[in-house]
Design a protein around this ligand. Structure first.
Ligand code: PMP
Length: 282
Protein backbone atom coordinates (compact mmCIF):
# COMPACT_ATOMS: atom_id res chain seq x y z
CA UNK A 1 0.00 0.00 0.00
CA UNK A 2 1.46 3.31 -1.13
CA UNK A 3 0.92 6.65 0.57
CA UNK A 4 2.03 10.18 -0.23
CA UNK A 5 4.27 12.08 2.16
CA UNK A 6 5.30 15.54 0.99
CA UNK A 7 5.04 14.67 -2.68
CA UNK A 8 6.84 11.31 -2.40
CA UNK A 9 5.16 7.95 -3.00
CA UNK A 10 6.31 5.51 -0.36
CA UNK A 11 5.22 2.28 1.29
CA UNK A 12 3.06 3.00 4.29
CA UNK A 13 5.36 1.02 6.61
CA UNK A 14 8.21 3.37 5.63
CA UNK A 15 6.44 6.56 6.74
CA UNK A 16 8.21 8.60 9.39
CA UNK A 17 6.30 11.48 10.95
CA UNK A 18 8.06 13.38 13.71
CA UNK A 19 6.40 13.28 17.15
CA UNK A 20 6.51 17.07 17.17
CA UNK A 21 4.51 17.37 13.97
CA UNK A 22 2.00 20.11 14.81
CA UNK A 23 -0.85 18.01 13.50
CA UNK A 24 -0.06 15.34 16.05
CA UNK A 25 0.43 17.72 18.98
CA UNK A 26 -2.07 20.49 18.29
CA UNK A 27 -4.37 19.27 15.53
CA UNK A 28 -2.81 22.25 13.73
CA UNK A 29 -3.86 21.42 10.20
CA UNK A 30 -6.66 20.78 7.75
CA UNK A 31 -7.91 17.77 5.80
CA UNK A 32 -10.18 16.47 3.07
CA UNK A 33 -11.82 13.19 2.09
CA UNK A 34 -12.56 12.54 -1.57
CA UNK A 35 -14.70 9.65 -2.87
CA UNK A 36 -13.38 7.46 -5.64
CA UNK A 37 -15.82 5.66 -7.96
CA UNK A 38 -14.54 3.50 -10.83
CA UNK A 39 -11.02 4.62 -10.04
CA UNK A 40 -11.97 8.28 -10.56
CA UNK A 41 -12.24 11.06 -8.00
CA UNK A 42 -15.68 12.66 -7.58
CA UNK A 43 -15.83 16.48 -7.15
CA UNK A 44 -12.05 16.64 -6.69
CA UNK A 45 -11.78 20.33 -7.68
CA UNK A 46 -14.34 21.34 -5.08
CA UNK A 47 -12.64 19.35 -2.32
CA UNK A 48 -9.14 20.56 -3.18
CA UNK A 49 -10.26 24.18 -3.42
CA UNK A 50 -11.86 23.82 -0.01
CA UNK A 51 -8.59 22.36 1.32
CA UNK A 52 -6.73 25.45 0.12
CA UNK A 53 -9.45 27.72 1.58
CA UNK A 54 -9.35 25.87 4.93
CA UNK A 55 -5.57 26.39 4.92
CA UNK A 56 -5.96 30.13 4.29
CA UNK A 57 -8.42 30.42 7.17
CA UNK A 58 -5.78 29.10 9.57
CA UNK A 59 -3.06 31.20 7.91
CA UNK A 60 -1.39 28.17 6.38
CA UNK A 61 -0.27 28.38 2.77
CA UNK A 62 -0.71 25.19 0.80
CA UNK A 63 2.05 25.36 -1.79
CA UNK A 64 0.45 22.84 -4.18
CA UNK A 65 -2.06 23.91 -6.80
CA UNK A 66 -5.30 22.02 -7.31
CA UNK A 67 -3.88 20.55 -10.53
CA UNK A 68 -0.70 19.40 -8.80
CA UNK A 69 -2.66 17.73 -6.02
CA UNK A 70 -5.01 16.07 -8.52
CA UNK A 71 -2.05 14.64 -10.41
CA UNK A 72 -0.49 13.26 -7.20
CA UNK A 73 -3.76 11.78 -5.98
CA UNK A 74 -4.56 10.17 -9.33
CA UNK A 75 -1.15 8.57 -9.31
CA UNK A 76 -1.83 7.23 -5.82
CA UNK A 77 -5.15 5.77 -6.98
CA UNK A 78 -3.32 3.99 -9.80
CA UNK A 79 -0.48 2.73 -7.64
CA UNK A 80 -2.94 1.30 -5.12
CA UNK A 81 -5.35 0.01 -7.77
CA UNK A 82 -8.23 1.75 -6.02
CA UNK A 83 -11.56 1.25 -7.75
CA UNK A 84 -14.12 2.13 -5.07
CA UNK A 85 -13.20 3.94 -1.90
CA UNK A 86 -11.88 7.17 -0.44
CA UNK A 87 -8.73 9.24 -0.38
CA UNK A 88 -7.81 10.96 2.86
CA UNK A 89 -5.34 13.84 2.86
CA UNK A 90 -4.17 16.24 5.52
CA UNK A 91 -1.78 19.15 5.72
CA UNK A 92 -0.28 20.22 9.02
CA UNK A 93 1.82 23.25 9.87
CA UNK A 94 4.88 21.01 9.92
CA UNK A 95 7.40 19.91 12.52
CA UNK A 96 8.88 22.33 15.05
CA UNK A 97 9.63 22.40 18.79
CA UNK A 98 6.28 22.48 20.58
CA UNK A 99 5.12 26.08 20.88
CA UNK A 100 1.67 27.64 20.50
CA UNK A 101 3.18 30.33 18.27
CA UNK A 102 3.28 29.46 14.55
CA UNK A 103 6.80 28.32 13.61
CA UNK A 104 7.30 30.68 10.66
CA UNK A 105 7.71 30.14 6.93
CA UNK A 106 10.99 28.22 7.15
CA UNK A 107 9.00 25.27 8.53
CA UNK A 108 7.31 23.48 5.66
CA UNK A 109 3.84 21.95 6.01
CA UNK A 110 3.50 18.16 6.12
CA UNK A 111 1.22 16.78 3.40
CA UNK A 112 0.12 13.16 3.67
CA UNK A 113 -2.47 11.16 1.76
CA UNK A 114 -3.66 7.55 1.76
CA UNK A 115 -6.38 5.55 0.08
CA UNK A 116 -8.97 3.21 1.53
CA UNK A 117 -11.27 0.71 -0.13
CA UNK A 118 -14.82 1.51 0.91
CA UNK A 119 -18.18 0.25 -0.30
CA UNK A 120 -21.00 2.69 -0.87
CA UNK A 121 -23.48 2.92 2.04
CA UNK A 122 -26.14 1.09 0.05
CA UNK A 123 -28.16 -0.21 2.99
CA UNK A 124 -28.30 3.15 4.80
CA UNK A 125 -29.21 4.96 1.59
CA UNK A 126 -32.05 2.52 0.94
CA UNK A 127 -33.52 2.09 4.41
CA UNK A 128 -32.50 5.33 6.10
CA UNK A 129 -30.81 5.83 9.47
CA UNK A 130 -31.74 6.61 13.05
CA UNK A 131 -30.39 9.72 14.77
CA UNK A 132 -30.11 11.38 18.15
CA UNK A 133 -30.11 15.08 18.98
CA UNK A 134 -27.04 16.60 20.56
CA UNK A 135 -26.08 20.07 21.70
CA UNK A 136 -23.44 21.54 19.40
CA UNK A 137 -20.58 22.37 21.76
CA UNK A 138 -17.96 22.87 19.05
CA UNK A 139 -16.00 26.05 18.37
CA UNK A 140 -17.29 28.83 16.14
CA UNK A 141 -15.17 28.14 13.05
CA UNK A 142 -16.91 24.99 11.85
CA UNK A 143 -16.52 26.14 8.22
CA UNK A 144 -12.85 25.15 8.46
CA UNK A 145 -12.22 21.46 7.83
CA UNK A 146 -9.72 21.35 10.67
CA UNK A 147 -8.10 18.31 12.26
CA UNK A 148 -9.69 19.20 15.59
CA UNK A 149 -12.59 16.77 15.56
CA UNK A 150 -13.11 15.98 19.25
CA UNK A 151 -16.54 17.62 19.38
CA UNK A 152 -17.57 15.66 16.29
CA UNK A 153 -16.13 12.41 17.64
CA UNK A 154 -17.98 12.76 20.94
CA UNK A 155 -21.24 13.47 19.11
CA UNK A 156 -20.80 10.46 16.80
CA UNK A 157 -19.83 8.18 19.68
CA UNK A 158 -22.94 9.21 21.62
CA UNK A 159 -25.09 8.39 18.59
CA UNK A 160 -23.51 4.98 18.09
CA UNK A 161 -23.87 4.14 21.80
CA UNK A 162 -27.58 4.96 21.42
CA UNK A 163 -27.81 2.51 18.49
CA UNK A 164 -27.99 5.36 15.96
CA UNK A 165 -25.94 6.42 12.96
CA UNK A 166 -25.69 10.17 13.38
CA UNK A 167 -26.09 12.97 15.92
CA UNK A 168 -28.04 15.98 14.70
CA UNK A 169 -26.44 18.96 16.44
CA UNK A 170 -28.13 22.19 17.48
CA UNK A 171 -27.13 25.51 19.08
CA UNK A 172 -29.83 26.98 21.32
CA UNK A 173 -32.49 25.11 19.37
CA UNK A 174 -31.15 25.94 15.92
CA UNK A 175 -30.09 22.87 13.95
CA UNK A 176 -26.53 23.16 12.61
CA UNK A 177 -25.19 19.88 11.16
CA UNK A 178 -24.33 16.27 11.96
CA UNK A 179 -21.04 14.92 13.31
CA UNK A 180 -19.90 14.02 9.79
CA UNK A 181 -22.68 15.27 7.57
CA UNK A 182 -24.90 18.23 6.77
CA UNK A 183 -28.57 18.06 7.77
CA UNK A 184 -31.36 18.97 5.35
CA UNK A 185 -35.11 18.90 5.88
CA UNK A 186 -38.02 18.94 3.45
CA UNK A 187 -41.15 20.93 4.30
CA UNK A 188 -44.06 21.35 1.87
CA UNK A 189 -41.84 20.35 -1.03
CA UNK A 190 -38.99 22.71 -0.15
CA UNK A 191 -35.48 21.56 0.81
CA UNK A 192 -34.10 23.60 3.71
CA UNK A 193 -30.59 23.60 5.16
CA UNK A 194 -28.43 25.80 7.39
CA UNK A 195 -26.67 28.63 5.51
CA UNK A 196 -22.99 28.12 4.71
CA UNK A 197 -21.65 30.32 7.50
CA UNK A 198 -19.13 29.77 10.32
CA UNK A 199 -21.39 27.30 12.16
CA UNK A 200 -21.33 24.49 9.59
CA UNK A 201 -18.99 22.93 7.07
CA UNK A 202 -20.13 23.90 3.57
CA UNK A 203 -20.32 20.27 2.47
CA UNK A 204 -19.43 19.48 -1.11
CA UNK A 205 -22.30 16.98 -1.13
CA UNK A 206 -24.59 19.67 0.31
CA UNK A 207 -23.52 22.03 -2.49
CA UNK A 208 -24.10 19.28 -5.07
CA UNK A 209 -27.59 18.61 -3.70
CA UNK A 210 -28.49 22.31 -3.88
CA UNK A 211 -27.09 22.50 -7.43
CA UNK A 212 -29.28 19.52 -8.34
CA UNK A 213 -32.30 21.34 -6.87
CA UNK A 214 -31.45 24.45 -8.90
CA UNK A 215 -31.05 22.52 -12.14
CA UNK A 216 -34.21 20.48 -11.71
CA UNK A 217 -36.70 23.10 -10.62
CA UNK A 218 -36.86 21.81 -7.04
CA UNK A 219 -37.27 24.57 -4.49
CA UNK A 220 -34.74 25.04 -1.73
CA UNK A 221 -33.64 27.61 0.80
CA UNK A 222 -30.47 28.09 2.80
CA UNK A 223 -31.87 29.32 6.07
CA UNK A 224 -31.68 28.33 9.72
CA UNK A 225 -34.38 26.07 11.14
CA UNK A 226 -35.24 25.03 14.67
CA UNK A 227 -35.67 21.72 16.45
CA UNK A 228 -39.43 22.28 16.15
CA UNK A 229 -39.07 22.65 12.36
CA UNK A 230 -36.94 19.49 12.34
CA UNK A 231 -39.55 17.53 14.25
CA UNK A 232 -42.34 18.84 12.01
CA UNK A 233 -40.44 18.16 8.76
CA UNK A 234 -41.96 15.92 6.07
CA UNK A 235 -38.53 14.46 5.30
CA UNK A 236 -35.06 14.70 6.82
CA UNK A 237 -31.80 13.58 5.24
CA UNK A 238 -28.08 13.97 5.70
CA UNK A 239 -25.41 14.56 3.07
CA UNK A 240 -21.70 13.85 3.06
CA UNK A 241 -18.84 12.46 1.03
CA UNK A 242 -18.99 9.01 2.62
CA UNK A 243 -22.69 9.07 3.53
CA UNK A 244 -23.80 10.51 0.13
CA UNK A 245 -27.55 11.27 0.41
CA UNK A 246 -28.93 9.25 3.32
CA UNK A 247 -32.52 9.47 4.59
CA UNK A 248 -33.13 10.02 8.31
CA UNK A 249 -36.09 7.91 9.41
CA UNK A 250 -35.95 8.44 13.17
CA UNK A 251 -34.91 11.24 15.55
CA UNK A 252 -34.63 10.41 19.26
CA UNK A 253 -36.94 7.45 18.76
CA UNK A 254 -39.61 9.48 16.90
CA UNK A 255 -40.42 8.63 13.31
CA UNK A 256 -39.78 11.16 10.58
CA UNK A 257 -42.96 11.24 8.47
CA UNK A 258 -44.15 7.63 8.20
CA UNK A 259 -40.71 6.32 9.14
CA UNK A 260 -39.58 5.53 5.60
CA UNK A 261 -37.42 7.51 3.13
CA UNK A 262 -39.49 10.29 1.54
CA UNK A 263 -40.09 10.99 -2.17
CA UNK A 264 -37.94 14.12 -2.45
CA UNK A 265 -35.03 12.45 -0.70
CA UNK A 266 -35.34 9.50 -3.09
CA UNK A 267 -35.54 11.82 -6.09
CA UNK A 268 -32.36 13.59 -4.92
CA UNK A 269 -30.62 10.23 -4.48
CA UNK A 270 -31.49 9.34 -8.07
CA UNK A 271 -30.22 12.64 -9.41
CA UNK A 272 -27.08 12.43 -7.27
CA UNK A 273 -26.43 9.01 -8.78
CA UNK A 274 -26.55 10.60 -12.23
CA UNK A 275 -23.94 13.17 -11.15
CA UNK A 276 -21.61 10.36 -10.06
CA UNK A 277 -22.14 8.59 -13.40
CA UNK A 278 -21.54 11.84 -15.30
CA UNK A 279 -18.21 12.44 -13.59
CA UNK A 280 -16.93 8.92 -12.93
CA UNK A 281 -18.80 6.70 -15.38
CA UNK A 282 -20.58 3.51 -14.37
N1 PMP B 1 -20.19 18.44 8.23
C1 PMP B 1 -19.19 17.81 8.87
C2 PMP B 1 -18.91 18.17 10.28
C3 PMP B 1 -18.43 16.84 8.20
O1 PMP B 1 -17.42 16.22 8.82
C4 PMP B 1 -18.76 16.50 6.86
C5 PMP B 1 -17.98 15.43 6.14
N2 PMP B 1 -16.82 15.94 5.56
C6 PMP B 1 -19.80 17.19 6.23
C7 PMP B 1 -20.50 18.16 6.95
C8 PMP B 1 -20.17 16.91 4.79
O2 PMP B 1 -19.23 17.50 3.94
P1 PMP B 1 -18.89 16.86 2.53
O3 PMP B 1 -20.18 16.73 1.78
O4 PMP B 1 -17.97 17.84 1.89
O5 PMP B 1 -18.26 15.54 2.79
Amino acid sequence: EFVIVNGEFIERSEVKIDMEDRGYQFGDGVYEVIRVYNGKMFTANEHLNRLIESGKKIKMDISYTVEEMKEMLNKLIQKNNLDLGTIYMQITRGTAPRNHVFPGDHVLPTFVANTKEAARPIENMKSGVKTILNEDIRWLLCDIKSLNLLGNLMAKQKAVEAGCFEAIQHRNGTVTEGSLSNVLIVKDGKVITHPADNLVLNGITRQKVLEICRNNGMSYEETTFTLDDLNAADEVFISGTTTEVTPVIEIEGNKVGDGTPGPITKKLQELFEKEIEKECGN
